[in-house]
Design a binder for this molecule. Structure first.
Ligand code: B3K
Ligand code: ZN
Length: 874
């Protein structure tokens, strides 16, 4: 196996050539698309050969300043076109290449999605379209002409503004686009197809009119309204909260069915996975609606954080992604329930990101070495990256954070920059020293913060000992202390807030107190406290760390009932559940929910608070989150048993409340507002506990609810309960759903996912069977994520001790290795955790990894991950 080259962040060199303008013509054809590329190249005074990136291209012609070059003048390798002798002054390079979009199953570069052509260039896909300096610090002005059959492809789209179009005599037509903003090639896009278009416009704060156009598959226009509204909300929000306006006259979104990720922020022409555009009440769940809003916002916000200011090199990915996820999270929070969105983000961190930190692929939010860039679009770069930006926001406060961001745009608009530049703007604008804070960019792993309180009644003094320690990760044996913002609150034992004035505790705008932990060990001493206070720590998950503290059950109950911050109350409940489960597993005893705890949860269930918070507070941490407490030998089965016992006891203890919630619900017309979503969530939680407690009694009720549903949220929940709780209506509902939705792939994905995630039964066999279902298509990433990625997260079933689950997944990875390595590399995630299980499972997973490692044409995406995981502790 040829090991592909590792690239290091420290090897960055400025480009030897720049490209000022690019004039591209695409003559579109299924199997032989012709790409004519005329570039103005500007040498940077380094006397060097011109090395252009290119992959899978058939080179037809090369002209330099109008003169055709002969084959002796250049060298074509598997990954480049090298022209040894080029002028020292600006010159024009003209290249003609040919590509085969219909053979492109990797969905990178130019490919076909159904009947349409579309492109995906980030990170390094443009080199599959033409030879180019395919790196983000080369910014050029693009002009693009598309030529295609008019009947089949009435819409021809690219970045920027449409400047000319015409019809040819041979049945083709052409459109020329011009993007006035210089941009890196990864933001380039072309689309051709026969779409239905949803049109609207938006007037910016300064009064400019922007055309908004959503292109979707025929017959789907009505499903794009929510996405369109979300876009307008995002545009308004970015003006109001960040003072940022849109800059072109048109903003286009194209929805395609074949797409590796969520969406892509190409300048003026976003390409979206259709699942993040198409949503109506009959086909989309509440969660789907929230995801549409978030992804639409995310791609829109990139226009400033990513496009206007872009990354110098791919190691800086978090510069645009961390910041844009932060902006997206703030947008969602401002549009809906802040606490609910925050809790969702915390859960993602504690399950997926902590998991990645505990894996051989652990990396800092700004990685130091990369083999395949596509492997670094991770929860660490995105979500932990957003947490790092959020910590800055916490440390500086909204006003000063905004000030820093303004300086960042002032300094760097139109440039390709680094994470250091971002931090420097924040530091300079606010006259603060962020040197230690910058370690968050270079250190991998989840820091552990230990907090121990000691109270002396005699001296009325409270001493809190803080310590922090970050475990070693591959390539980083030693870690330095980080700058950690710790938000805290103090309460009396009866739940009254205590106002504390202390030089080390700043009153934060959230209402909590901010303590800045910077040393490996630090003490906080507070005097004049007449009684031992209850302390809430790391409120709002103020840093992406694990906390170890030893507060009593009584203290947790005080916080559950009285904490002022909603997220803190939820955390108190989570901490109670977690202690109960982990203790039960450690002592091999059943979980026992004592009377005062039940009473406390009954009070939550009956309180006059956001019903979504009730639902979240009454839901124990997932099995995935619980596994995070074990570095090795994860006791899967015992955890699952304890988890189930706990839920049963909640179901019993709160049965009368849940029954009342369920029976007293009122039929209301469906709306995807935060209030309506919250209410449904609470009612669905009630139904789940009721059905869990007495499945036979509730099977009919669940089936009725299913059949009466006028929206997908209800239908989906009923089906999920039926399947996951093994209700007697299970098979009937599965069939009904399949019949109703067999021709709606995005909806059928839910049917696949519900079955792949069921905790009981022979799920390996079910998933194997579903691979043969006519609705399953191995080449479509959405189908793979719905069936195979969901199965990989089904801890109990995927990790069947006989290894059948591992084999099922690795067989699919073998197929994808040859067709879509990016998806293959995503699906392999659960196998990366192999060392955290018992001997037998380890052996089985290792066997599968070794088998994959032997594949004749192993893609770099998989080479990087498999080698890293097999080598890690050798
Ligand atoms: N920037 C794109 C991700 C591209 C992924 C390339 N493998 C989507 C986003 O983060 O907005
Ligand atoms: Zn992004």
């Amino acid at each position: 196996m040829a090991v592909p080259e590792t690239k290091y962040r420290s090897d960055y060199r400025a480009p030897e050539f720049l490209i000022e303008t690019v004039d591209l013509t695409f003559i579109l054809d299924d199997v032989a698309t012709r790409v004519i590329n005329t570039m103005q190249v500007i040498p940077q005074g380094v006397n060097a050969p011109l090395v252009l990136d290119g992959q899978g291209l058939e080179l037809m012609q090369v002209k330099l300043d109008g003169r055709e070059l002969s084959a002796n003048d250049y060298v074509v390798t598997a990954h480049s076109l090298i022209i040894a002798k080029v002028p020292a002054t600006p010159f024009q390079l003209h290249l003609e290449t040919q590509i085969n979009p219909s053979a492109n199953k990797a969905l990178e570069g130019l490919y076909q999605s159904g009947d349409a052509f579309c492109s995906q260039c980030e990170a390094e896909g443009f080199r599959r379209i033409t030879y180019y300096l395919d790196r983000p610090d080369v910014l050029a002005e693009f002009k693009t002409t598309l030529v295609a059959n008019q009947q089949r492809y009435p819409h021809l789209l690219s970045n920027g503004n449409c400047i000319a179009q015409g019809v040819n005599e041979d049945g083709t037509h052409w459109v020329t686009w011009h993007d006035p903003f210089p941009k890196p090639a990864y933001l380039f896009a072309v689309v051709a197809g026969d779409f239905e278009c949803l049109d609207d416009h938006y007037v910016t704060a300064s009064g400019r009119v922007v055309q908004l156009k959503f292109f979707v598959e025929k017959g789907q226009r009505d499903r794009a309204h929510y996405a369109l509204e979300s876009l307008k909300n995002a545009m308004r929000w970015d003006e109001q909260r960040f003072g940022l306006e849109y800059d072109l006259d048109i903003y286009m979104v194209v929805a395609v069915d074949f797409f590796n990720m969520g969406a892509m922020e190409n300048k003026g022409l976003n390409v979206f996975n259709s699942r993040y555009v198409l949503a109506d009440q009959t086909t989309a769940t509440d969660q789907d609606f929230m995801n549409v809003e978030a992804v639409i916002g995310h791609e829109y916000f990139h226009n400033w954080t990513g496009n206007r200011v872009t990354c110098r090199d791919w190691f800086q990915l978090s510069l645009k992604e961390g910041l844009t996820v932060f902006r997206e999270q703030e947008f969602s929070a401002d549009m809906g329930s802040r606490a609910v969105h925050r809790i969702q983000a915390i859960q993602t961190m504690r399950t997926q990101q902590f998991n990645e930190d505990a894996s051989p692929m652990a990396h800092p939010i700004r990685p130091d070495k990369v083999i395949e860039m596509n492997n670094f679009y991770t929860v660490t770069v995105y979500e932990k990256g957003a947490e790092v930006v959020r910590m800055l926001h916490t440390l500086l406060g909204e006003e000063r954070f905004q000030q820093g961001l303004r300086l960042y745009f002032e300094r760097h608009d139109g440039q390709a920059v680094t994470c250091d530049d971002f931090i420097a703007a924040m530091a300079t604008a606010n006259q603060v020293d962020l040197t230690q804070f910058e370690r968050w960019y270079s250190q991998a792993g989840t820091p552990q913060v230990t907090i121990a309180s000691h109270y002396s009644a005699a001296t009325q003094q409270l001493r809190i000992d803080f310590s922090q320690q970050t475990p070693a990760t591959p390539g980083q044996p030693h870690k330095e202390p980080l700058h950690i913002p710790v938000l805290m609150s103090f309460y009396t034992p009866t739940g009254e807030p205590i106002a504390i004035v202390h030089p080390l505790l700043k009153l934060h705008e959230s209402g909590s107190l901010l303590f800045e932990l910077t040393g490996a060990e630090q003490q906080l001493v507070i005097n004049h406290l007449p009684c031992q206070p209850v302390v809430a720590v790391l409120e709002n998950f103020s840093a992406p760390v694990r906390v170890r503290e030893h507060s009593s059950f009584a203290d947790k109950l005080v916080l559950l009932a009285h904490a002022q911050q909603e997220v803190t109350r939820w955390e108190a409940a989570q901490s109670i559940y977690q202690t109960l489960i982990l203790d039960a597993v450690a002592q091999q005893q059943p979980v026992v929910l004592a009377e005062p705890v039940i009473v406390a949860f009954q009070q939550v269930a009956q309180a006059d608070i956001d019903p979504a918070l009730k639902a979240l507070t009454l839901t124990p941490p997932s099995l995935a989150e619980l596994t995070e407490h074990y570095a090795t030998e994860i006791p899967l089965v015992a955890l699952q048993q304890a988890h189930e016992q706990l839920k049963q006891q909640l179901a019993n203890g709160l049965a009368h409340i849940f029954a009342a919630v369920w029976q007293q619900r009122k039929q209301q017309p469906y709306a995807a507002t935060a209030e309506a979503i919250a209410l449904r969530r609470w009612q669905h939680t009630a139904l789940e506990y009721l059905a869990l407690r007495t499945p036979e009694e509730y099977s009919g009720e669940v089936a009725d609810y299913y059949y009466q549903a006028d929206n997908m949220t209800a239908q989906h929940h009923a089906l999920q309960l039926a399947v996951h709780l093994g209700l007697s209506c299970k098979d009937e509902l599965l069939q009904a759903f399949e019949r109703q939705w067999q021709h709606e792939p995005l909806v059928l994905d839910k049917w696949f996912a519900i079955q792949a995630s069921q905790p009981k039964g022979n799920v390996v066999a079910v998933v194997n069977q579903l691979q043969q279902h006519p609705g399953f298509n191995r080449d479509n990433p959405n189908r793979q994520y719905a069936l195979m990625a969901t199965f990989g997260r089904n801890l109990l079933q995927f990790h069947q001790p006989d290894g059948a689950g591992y084999r099922l997944l690795s067989d699919m990875i073998c197929y994808l290795n040859d067709h879509n390595p990016q998806v293959a590399a995503r699906l392999i995630t659960p196998l990366m955790q192999w060392r955290r299980f018992d001997q037998q499972r380890q052996q089985q997973m290792q066997n599968e990894l070794l088998r994959l490692q032997q594949l004749p044409q192993l893609a770099p995406d998989l080479i990087e991950k498999i080698n890293q995981t097999l080598v890690a502790t050798e």
